[in-house]
Design a protein around this ligand. Structure first.
Ligand code: HEC
Length: 149
């Protein structure tokens, strides 16, 4: 798991209440690293962590763009997860069903930081031929969080 680093965290603008909540959530995430349940998290906490690490605000529009277009590899994220991942997707090579990725449609998503990190790493390597940056993860996750029932 990438922990938010403190200098970036302290630069977070705290003018809006939502930012303040994200800031507090990120602090909670940093604190959780030292607790036994280190990996338990919420999607909002994970987003706060990636945003703090990247040092700039997440963009849902950019996240959607990353998710739905090819980024150098043969597949896009949408190839397996669907262009609007509020429904089950299908693995592009094995055809196995994949549960919805948007957290509002699958409450298990982004609640286990180690699991999310593992799949970000693996899937970004498939799609981008490299790992995603913290900013890219923040963008994608911020878009996924906007998908509501
Ligand atoms: C080749 C198929 C494939 C592609 C392409 C793919 N994924 Fe996945 N993804 C999977 C599978 C399989 C899983 C694990 C099974 C599951 O959790 O349902 C998964 C799980 C994830 C998870 C774990 C979420 C959680 O916390 O449970 C994230 C995050 C994720 N993918 C993001 C992405 C992103 C971002 C991209 C594009 C850069 C992408 N995936 C492209 C197949 C794919």
């Amino acid at each position: 798991m990438n922990l938010p680093n403190l200098p970036n965290l302290l630069n977070l603008p705290c003018a809006r209440p939502s930012r303040l909540r994200a800031f507090v959530a990120a602090l909670g995430l940093a604190g959780a690293a030292f607790a036994p349940l280190a990996q338990a998290a919420t999607p909002a906490e994970m987003l706060a962590g990636y945003t703090a690490e990247s040092g700039k605000p997440a963009s849902a529009a950019r996240g959607q763009q990353i998710f739905t277009t090819r980024q150098g590899g043969e597949w896009s994220c949408a190839s397996c997860h669907g262009a609007v991942p509020t429904q089950a997707g299908r693995h592009a090579s094995t055809d196995k069903p994949i549960k919805p990725l948007a957290p509002a449609f699958n409450p298990e998503r982004f609640t286990d930081a180690a699991k999310s990190e593992k799949w970000f790493r693996r899937n970004c390597k498939d799609v981008m031929r490299r790992e995603c940056s913290a900013a890219e993860k923040a963008d994608v996750l911020s878009w996924l969080i906007t998908l509501k029932r």
